[in-house]
Design a protein around this ligand. Structure first.
Ligand code: NAD
Length: 481
């Protein structure tokens, strides 16, 4: 029987199958109420050293397990999470702010991700096979993986690293964001009941812990999701020990809407995928290029839909789509973007509103009407519920504008003419490109960014390969005949 978690207590970090308390603790706050949440540990350097030591010891046996053994335990981990899903979903809404329905979606996805990872394997490839010799390409685990997680999808993005790291034979130390440590610590607690000690460990800390992890000589790889500036620091730090790394970083996705779309059919999806999770998703439609012929109708329909269907409020209120912004730092950043509206004289189709004076970090959606292409709302990732609509009329021009930035995470094309849409889609410089959709992801489909949006891919067998070294194995058969 899976253990039941108590979301009100955090007795320690999860190190070598035990709770290890720390001399000091800290807490985050509920972004919808401003109220403090529970006390969590603050890892010291010596806690990390201990975790790395245990992870290295556990690697010796874990890396020698079979695919079936690993898959069985990853499935058992998913079952333990499922048995506690109601508590985790509530906790996710409390710490992250996302509406409860979206927290449910996150847990649904996480379970599907883990269970799919359990079916995936990197088999040897035979490169040459004849009477004389066989040459294989084999994949071997790297060792200890440091998994660094951001605050917007702490469950899915944490498990999206743990699953592939384990299935490829590595041990893993997860570090949640200090803004959202709670669900990730509970995942560590559940993992403790499933995996041998040292295989999955979770350390919550302050801002020092990330740099300690990336520079630690006993860590072999960093799987990082977060912002572009931090990603660059992670890469620089990993360079000192030549650690492997995968970076999943920020995006500023273009959605290109052609003149032949049925506005009523595609608009609800486009508008929702602009404002979901209060705009705090790396791969949302953040620059919506609408063909000149339908621009006015599209803009008016988007304003009406957003007014009527994109409700702002606390995550436990019914029908809310836009919960609070997750933390005070992000609140200030988004507020600053809203302040630019007046300062720069951008025309608003929907004004949006920062709800000052409330305890939570609430900001209502804003739609900016055709701002200049070089304005901040177009070139920067706002990571809040504010989106620009931009006019286009020439295909070459819109492709150039969509590709103009240093980011290249996702992009989409919306058209009834699939041949035209696919032709345009193939010209977009991004790690994921969709026709008549945006933000589709799957555990067996690689996901990552071009340009400054990342290095390497997560998920899919390609993501699995990043957790391994390639080893070419040459077997000569007749040397001693
Ligand atoms: P962030 O870069 O501030 O923090 C991410 C994680 O890195 C946190 O756990 C943080 O504690 C840790 N960290 C901070 N400084 C560090 C350092 N010097 N060394 C090592 N670790 C360090 O990002 P965030 O604000 O938590 O997340 C928002 C950003 O993440 C957005 O830009 C968003 O687009 C991006 N993001 C990308 C993806 C993706 O898959 N590409 C997914 C979600 C979010």
């Amino acid at each position: 029987m899976a253990p039941k978690i108590d979301i009100t207590t955090y007795p320690g970090n999860i190190i070598n199958g035990e709770f290890v308390p720390t001399p000091t603790t800290r807490h985050s706050i509920d972004p919808a109420t401003g109220e403090p949440l529970y006390e969590v540990p603050v890892a010291r350097r010596e806690d990390l050293d201990a975790a790395v030591r245990h992870a290295r010891a556990a690697f010796k046996t874990w890396s020698a397990t079979t695919h079936e053994e690993r898959a069985g335990l990853v499935r058992a981990f998913a079952d333990a999470i499922e048995a506690n899903r109601d508590e985790l979903e509530r906790l996710q809404t409390m710490e992250q702010g996302k509406p409860l329905g979206l927290a449910r979606t996150e847990v649904d996805m996480s379970l599907r991700w883990l269970r799919t990872f359990a079916t995936m394997r990197l088999d040897d490839e035979v490169l040459d096979d004849n009477e004389e010799r066989t040459i294989y390409s084999t994949r071997v685990p790297l060792g200890v993986v440091g998994a660094i997680v951001p605050w917007n999808w702490p469950i899915l993005l944490g498990l999206g690293k743990i699953g592939p790291a384990l299935m490829t034979g590595n041990t893993v130390i997860m570090k949640p964001s200090p803004y959202t440590p709670y669900c990730d610590l509970k995942l560590g607690e559940l993992a403790m009941s499933v995996f041998p000690p040292g295989v999955v460990q979770v350390l919550s800390g302050d801002d020092s812990l990330g740099p300690w992890l990336t520079e630690h000589p006993g860590v072999d790889m960093i799987s990082f999701t977060g912002s572009i500036p931090t990603g660059k620091k992670v890469a620089a730090s990993c360079a000192r020990t030549l650690k492997r790394y995968v970076l999943e970083l920020g995006g500023n996705d273009a959605a290109i809407v052609c003149d032949d779309v049925d506005i009523d059919k595609c608009l609800p999806k486009i508008a929702t995928l602009a404002f979901l999770n209060s705009g705090q998703i790396c791969m949302l439609a953040k620059r919506i290029y609408v063909h000149d012929k339908i621009y006015d109708r599209f803009r008016d329909a988007m304003v009406e839909f957003t007014r009527n269907h994109i409700k702002t409020g606390g995550g436990f209120e019914p029908d809310v789509v836009v919960g609070p912004v997750q933390n005070s730092m992000q609140f200030e950043l988004v507020k600053d973007m809203y302040a630019q509206i007046e300062k720069c004289g951008w025309k608003t189709a929907l004004e949006g509103r920062v709800r000052e004076g409330e305890k939570g970090y609430f900001i209502e959606p804003a739609i900016i009407d055709n701002p200049p292409e070089d304005s901040r709302i177009v070139v920067e990732e706002p990571f809040g519920p504010i989106v620009p609509l931009l006019r286009w009329s020439d295909e070459d021009d819109v492709v150039e504008r969509a590709n103009a930035l240093e980011t290249g995470l996702g992009a989409s094309v919306w058209s009834r003419d699939l041949a035209r849409a696919e032709r345009l889609a193939r010209r977009l410089a991004a790690g994921s490109v969709w026709v008549n959709s945006h933000f589709d992801v799957a555990p067996d489909v690689p996901f990552g960014g071009h340009k400054e949006s990342g290095i390497g891919m997560e998920w899919g067998l390609e993501g699995f390969r990043h957790f391994t070294n390639s080893r070419s194995l040459w077997v000569w058969k007749k040397v001693f005949e």
